[in-house]
Design a protein. Structure first.
Length: 393
């Protein structure tokens, strides 16, 4: 009797499982950072982050160096989904695209409503969604959430990440060096040449990618954008529909597979440890209710729901797209709440928006943490209740 080989796991399921597991690790890292920053270890923690390693501090090595690898993975996921995944055709892009647009627009409006006479630079902070955290919460809900809703959330977050990359490149760049920008453009042309001449080994791309990072870092554009640019030049071979091929011959899939574990279980937790440590006990009392804190917190909590749920419901009602299969209106609302978890990218944009003001950074981070925690808790509760109602029917 022939032995049946185990059925291959689909790429999207590997993606969802990996993201949800790393989200749980990231939660733990953020909690540890908060505890340390509000304990007697606070000064040692801050001293370590400011310790020098060559021309960089430990904090800069994490935020400018290691996070470029995170953005490389983001770029690979964007390219894969656009060419051969859940966003590979316009009908598939319409609903998550509309949801992502609303999920960026409404939080920015809420932030500016609180800060239009004050600190407007932080408008982009609540526009981001942390897919790792959101999928980790969905994992806790279990099978009550239909698979179509998980895929919809992943596709929405990919478009959201693309929007965040564009925002960083356009609005958080200053003092551009034309010479270094020209060097970055020339280096990028070399990478495109590798792609055109069908160079399939990863080593040449990664070596030239380091040079690209140096030029981008020196140019004044945030260095992490180099990771996205490198990702877009990595070759990808499309596979036939319903194929279970493991993509071992595709450089993009190979690199994406190799990066998931170190990014999810090392780089993002380090980022959380380095940046979630807000010394809440040492802040002025007004910081908890400052316009920046409220703008960010309510932007994530209320803005994401208004944008994602409101725009999705409108698109479905107008017949522009279909609701995710087997998903109820209540489950869609719970998923929209989870989009208010903006931890990683929101804190990253906070560092760019207020690079020299520790108080504004702390206020924005408090808003990110409060908005993300409330969004996660409420989203979990709504999805559990909606799941029970679906089972009862």
């Amino acid at each position: 009797m022939p032995v049946l080989s185990p059925r291959p796991v689909s790429a999207i399921r590997r993606f969802l499982n990996g993201q949800s597991s790393s989200g749980i690790v990231l939660m733990a890292a953020a909690a540890i950072a908060l505890l340390i920053a509000n304990s007697p270890l606070r000064h040692a923690y801050e001293h370590l982050l400011h310790a020098g390693i060559g021309p960089f501090s430990v904090g800069h090595m994490i935020n400018d160096g290691l996070m470029a690898i995170f953005f490389l993975l983001v770029g690979l996921e964007i390219k894969r989904e656009m060419l051969d995944g859940q966003l590979s055709s316009w009908p598939r892009r319409i609903l998550p695209g509309i949801a992502a647009l609303g999920g960026m627009l409404f939080p920015a409006i809420i932030y500016l409503a609180f800060n239009h006479h004050g600190v407007t630079e932080g408008w982009a902070i609540p526009t981001a969604t942390d897919i790792a955290f959101a999928l980790a919460v969905i994992t806790l809900v279990g099978d009550r959430v239909p698979a179509s809703l998980r895929v919809f959330l992943a596709a929405l977050a990919i478009i959201d990440d693309l929007g965040a990359v564009v925002i960083i490149a356009l609005f958080y760049t200053s003092g551009v060096s034309v010479i270094d920008l020209a060097g970055a453009a020339l280096t990028l042309a070399v990478l495109i040449g590798f792609n055109r001449f069908k160079v399939r080994a990863l080593a040449p791309y990664l070596l030239v990618g380091v040079i690209l990072w140096l030029f981008v870092w020196r140019s004044g554009i945030h260095a992490t954008i180099a990771g996205v640019l490198l990702a877009l030049t990595i070759p990808m071979r499309r596979t036939p529909a319903r194929s279970d091929h493991d993509h071992r011959d595709s450089p993009l899939h190979r690199l994406e597979h190799r990066l998931h574990a170190p990014v999810g279980f090392l780089i993002l937790p380090l980022f959380g440890l380095a940046n979630a440590g807000v010394p809440v006990l040492g802040l002025p009392a007004g910081a908890l209710l400052s316009p920046v804190t409220l703008g960010v917190g309510l932007g994530l909590l209320a803005g994401k729901v208004a944008g994602v749920f409101g725009m999705t419901s409108l698109a479905v009602r107008l017949g522009l797209a279909d609701r995710p299969a087997h998903a109820s209106q209540g489950q869609l609302f719970g998923m929209a709440l989870l989009c208010g978890i903006g931890f990683t990218m929101s804190i990253f944009i906070t560092l760019l928006a207020f690079p020299t003001d520790p108080l504004l950074q702390a206020e924005a981070k408090i808003g990110v943490l409060m908005g993300s925690i409330l969004s996660g808790v409420l989203g979990y509760a709504v999805l559990r209740r909606a799941g029970r109602e679906g089972e009862a029917r």
